[in-house]
Design a protein around this ligand. Sequence first.
Ligand SMILES: [Mn+2]
Length: 180
Amino acid sequence: MWHSDDFLKALALAGEAHASQKIPGLERPYLEHVIGVTMEALRAALTDESLNYNLIICCGLLHDVVEDTSVSLTTIEEQFGTQVAQGVAALTKNGALPKEKRMEDSLARILALGLPEIRIIKMADRCDNLRKPPPHWTREKILAYYNEAHYILNTLRGVNRAIEDRLEERIQQYEQYCRN
Ligand SMILES: [Mn+2]
């Protein structure tokens, strides 16, 4: 089982860090995305008792704070320990790289880390992100996002059937936006 204290501590940090952010294209608080990802990952992880649920909860809640806010990996390491900081680091895209290289690089670092929990969170992240695209997205961008979802699934699959099936399902649901 997980620790309620760690859950509340990670929720507080994520809530504060993302307080002013909205989900792109939707006027919804960003925290909904973060909690959605964590719940999606946890639901899949519960099919496998060997997984570290505490790691899923902390890294799920904190997965976007370093990429999108001023919270540093040092702060995360001080408050949550090395493993959570390593997980968040792998889930953080390297902004110094050209945009088209960032996903490939992040997925390579997620694989290299060797923690199934972090692979599950990345797949859960794309599950939640496969929402109705923002109105300003071009068809080309929607198709690229759809193809990238396949790339994420094919790169990270092999750790947890429940999240892989769920991502497959979300990709199929997203196909409706790729048509016209
Ligand atoms: Mn995310």
